[in-house]
Ligand binder design. Sequence first.
Ligand code: FAD
Length: 561
Amino acid sequence: MLAAPLSPVRCDVATGACMVFNAYGTWPDRSFCKVGEAAFPSTEQELVDIVAHGVKNRMKMKVVSNSAHSFPKFACPGGTSGLVISTAKYSSRVVINASSMTVTADSGVELSRLLQEIGSHGLALPSSPYWNGISLGGLLSTGSHGSSLMGKGSAVHEYVKAMTMVVPATEQEGFAKIVKITDQDEDFMNAAKVSLGVLGVISQVTLSLQPIFKRSVTKFEASDINLEREILEFGKNHEFGDVSWYPSKYKVIYRADDRVPVSTSGDGVNDFTGFQPTLATAVEAQRILEEGFEISGDHTGKCATGLVQTQALFATGEGFKSSGGVFIGYPVVGFQHKIQSSGGCQASLSRQLVCPWDPTVRGLFYHQTTVSISVDKIQDFITDVKTLRALNPAALCGVDLYNGFLMRYVRASSAYLGKQTDAVDVDITYYRARSGNTPRLNEDVLEEVEQMALFKYGGLPHWGKNRNIAFGTHTAAKYPKLQKFLVVKSKFDPDGFFSSEWSDFALGISGGSSNLPHCALEGECVCSLDSHCAPENYYFCRPGRVYTDAQVCRFVPPGTA
Ligand SMILES: Cc1cc2nc3c(=O)[nH]c(=O)nc-3n(C[C@H](O)[C@H](O)[C@H](O)COP(=O)(O)OP(=O)(O)OC[C@H]3O[C@@H](n4cnc5c(N)ncnc54)[C@H](O)[C@@H]3O)c2cc1C
């Protein structure tokens, strides 16, 4: 069967009613996002017209990309009569200016195409997220990044020189207008470069580039015995380095990844295995196996499978390919645009070959906890996780099935909603049950790690990942310049057309977390009552074991309390 992947905006032809989904088919709170209208502008003028239409009719508005790869519900206008503006068709313009070393692109342009165009002109964008199936507007809005502690760091928004935004306006101005922001307008730029979509629609973006360079990548395994002492040194020594930590295995895979001159021999490619078109039957089988471990409470099964999977991936270069298109060992040397980011499954036209998280098959379904922990606290965080691990190492095997704890480097930013200090971003992916009422195997352990990262160490959650407890009341304390952001927001969109109940909650402006039964199972709340967990399945709200201020859902079988 041939068909493009599902669009995040799906409308009923008969009724015209539309809904917005993220790429996983399920928002964190499992609610549906109904909208009154959907628009697919392809030019800046159409963008202005559609925002004017929304303002004139006093509609809540949100922008969504062609694929909606963010977990949180930022792209949902809220209510049922809002207007969703898709950038799926707003992607024609990519203009390279070789003399000023810049690229200007429409916000709907996919990262894969952007990097390809930049590289083919002999230029390089120094950093980018690892997954290239996302849009320029979407990745900027959530502060997305790669890994680097050097220069400007790893976030793409650090390279924004200018952008245009379409924002609400008065009736006299025609209800919508274009605002041009350059790096000379510090206040506006600091707000606009990470804006969560609440200021208006990013239209075009100009990024500053560098002359093209190559990278040399070598991955190697090591014991995690010195991880807390080595992690910062490693980041300082390798411009694009990262670290995958497998706590249950006491093991780390370091990625030594450095800039090398273009004269260095090698034309390698990064085709990360997890982002390739994958047989639907294979991802379904993987999920069935994982569900089996969950149902039978078999964490040793997860440990064994995780070990086999990690070893197989490592032995095959995890998708890195040497010059001939086959992995023959490290180092893999290649041009920046072929190494910095990868993808492939987003372009698959076969419904039998999908991204592993594609909701049209019963494949991988997971939560993500992704938190940037300041460099002065990361050692203590790692030490705490090791102390927790010592109590039951196998309880952490679940993350081995999702490449462990991916630890990447990010730099302090002038963006009001960007990172406040240099930090290590800890990215943890883990099983999510099909039903929101079903507890997970060893749920308490990752909940404790999540709360340690967010609350004990005050980490900053990735705006495009994470469960709801990561956002809300803590935002003001974590972002000292939040007020400055809100002042710009009130200038660009004084009536809050681009704000929803959910984005107000995330920014800590209003609302609170859920208090419903089972709310802690999916990170809708931190439990304070047993009913927030699943007492009917013997999961009760208990204090953390190492971070005792944490409140987690723990399995306490009858007779063992
Ligand atoms: C497999 C995978 C790998 C990932 N890897 C990384 C990684 O390496 N590093 C990293 O930092 N993140 C990573 N992410 C997260 C990802 O970068 C972010 O979630 C990103 O925001 C997704 O972009 P999108 O184009 O899908 O935007 P969407 O999910 O559609 O939108 C995200 C936000 O941007 C807003 N928005 C989108 N376009 C516009 C616009 N034109 N104007 C105004 N607002 C807009 C939306 O309203 C929403 O608030 C990954 C995600 C996945 C699924």
